[in-house]
Design a binder for this molecule. Sequence first.
Ligand SMILES: [Zn+2]
Length: 255
Amino acid sequence: MLSESHKQRYLRGINLPNVGEEGQLKLLDASVLIVGVGAIGSIASIYLTATGVGRIGLIDYDTIDIGDLQHQVLYETSFLNRPKVRAAQAKLQKMNPSITFEGYFQALDVRNALKIIQGYDFIIDTTNNLHTTFLVNQACVATGKPFSTAGYFQYQGQIMTHIPDSACFGCAFEALAPQELRRNFQGGVCGFSTGILGSMQAGEAIKYFLHRDMPHLRRTLLVNCLGIFDTQKLYFNKFLLRKNPSCPVCSKASK
Ligand SMILES: [Zn+2]
């Protein structure tokens, strides 16, 4: 049962259709790992914290640079040179003292990925780094964990979600021309585009927890599709993806 203080704190969420006190309890019992606490991770972590996802892991090897403050909105000028994970954890804990945070001041790599990812219910990859995204994809498929990945290039954003048995990032990457997946920091970073991605990724995790036992789960998530938007040209398109039977990561033959 929800405590009185939780009922008051989360009332606006509880009142939403398909949430209720039962839904809020599901969120409080859930855990999310956010890989990368930069532009996208700032916003994803703020919404997950405010919404009351009970346990949040943050992993990032980087420290805060003056140039980060233009788009990594979790950080203040006084935080310069501090590890992002430590600064994020301190700030988020103040926003919602009842959430448990776990900080990993290190890179996610082949040696630690499986172990860390296994400890969480849902993974959010915000790194905008294809190498890390493939690693998250591989570790999540291997452990049966759902995840959302997002990337950006200037004003453009890309996002997809994987749940067991849906198309994985390997399936998606094979199906698209490489230029559709441009992800890098060259030519600038658009904070309001990365903010949309972080908000959407928090939403994917929250909807997963609310609907994971229900038959309509797939319809509520960006599974088997890649969402691509551009805030300058003002479009949002969904490209349908099929599971690739010869995907090197998720096909039965690869196991
Ligand atoms: Zn695949």
